[in-house]
Design a protein around this ligand. Sequence first.
Ligand SMILES: Cc1ncc(COP(=O)(O)O)c(C=O)c1O
Ligand SMILES: [Zn+2]
Length: 397
Amino acid sequence: MLKSLFTQLRCSACGKIFPAHAPQTVCAACGKALLAEYDLDRAKRQLSREQFSKREGTLWRYRELLPVVDDSMIRSLGEGWSPLLTAGKLGEELGLKSLYVKEEGYNPTLSFKARGISVAVSKALELGIREIAMPSAGNAGGALAAYAARAGLKAHVFVPRDTPVVNIREIKFYGAEVYLVEGDISDCAKAMNKSEQRHSWFDMSTMKEPYRLEGKKTMGFELAEQFGWELPDVIIYPTGGGTGLIGMWKAFHELEQLGWITGKRPRMVAVQAEGCAPIVRAFKMRKKESDFWEGARTVAFGLRVPKAFADHLILQALYDSCGCAIGVSDENLLQELPRVGSLEGILLCPEGAAAVAALRQLVHERFIAPADRVVVYNTGSGYKYTELIVPEAGNEG
Ligand SMILES: Cc1ncc(COP(=O)(O)O)c(C=O)c1O
Ligand SMILES: [Zn+2]
């Protein structure tokens, strides 16, 4: 059986149900994020976790648990099934026995954003949507441009004016419209909503559309499968909009419902930059939602999100998992780039480097113990940030 078992959407806050066959954005009753649901009882009867090992090396291996109904609508560039790399030398340096890097830089357009966008664009195509718009810190925009090209859809991407030049060029390269906006991603969202053309566009902002989350949840499925249907003790994830973290948490819930994983779930760690840390601030105050972070600044552009739309779901996952939120300085994250490069042969993106800096801090603070099995997400490839690839002084040549 290779058919989607997608049934309906349910509001993450008020529980209202929405039908799956029409385009949906946020809850019409309360304005919060909608979550996709599947017939998991049927999946339990008809599927076994062992079946997956024989399937294709993309996220579409989890076909039944994804929302696209018609196979012919799938637009894939080979996203997902990224390597789970051991990081033995870095682990040794930190006194950890089992440290892994989930290397998302291997995805099409070189970041994990390809996962969410592949699923959301395929679903948009299935629902008859022709034109899509979104605000982006850069990587999501690049992914949207590529998948929209593949699907024959028109895309409009609003990015901050100081977005790395590679991101801006790739969006144009794939034929999408780029709009440069003064400020950060929240200013981009405002500019997009003010545009006169906005009524003809479908808004694919993360978590304001239900299916990017479904693509990103496959990071959770993969982790379970790559660990032989077990989960690690700690997951360290660089968090902007938080869709990856919320998605993994949803994936673990679905896997539990299916009876494919048992035991304790991992402690989830949301990593932010000190210059933009609304989730860290809210977590410290044990709040359910975050407040807008004024004057957001960091070299990790993907983390420059002053207020995540689904912050209540990020914080819920942190509390429920006995995890935490932690901020790191740009200085500390930049130090991790050459260190991890020379130790492990991995070129981190700044957001992934933030996760490693957080790991170092958490080991120091003993939130992480030597025997813990830890996974750090490198959410994108450092090759997109050439300005950060600097040789040590005196070594150029
Ligand atoms: C490389 C990278 N890592 C992490 C993030 C943050 O992702 P999320 O919105 O899932 O929290 C982004 C978002 O732009 C990004 O580009
Ligand atoms: Zn609602």
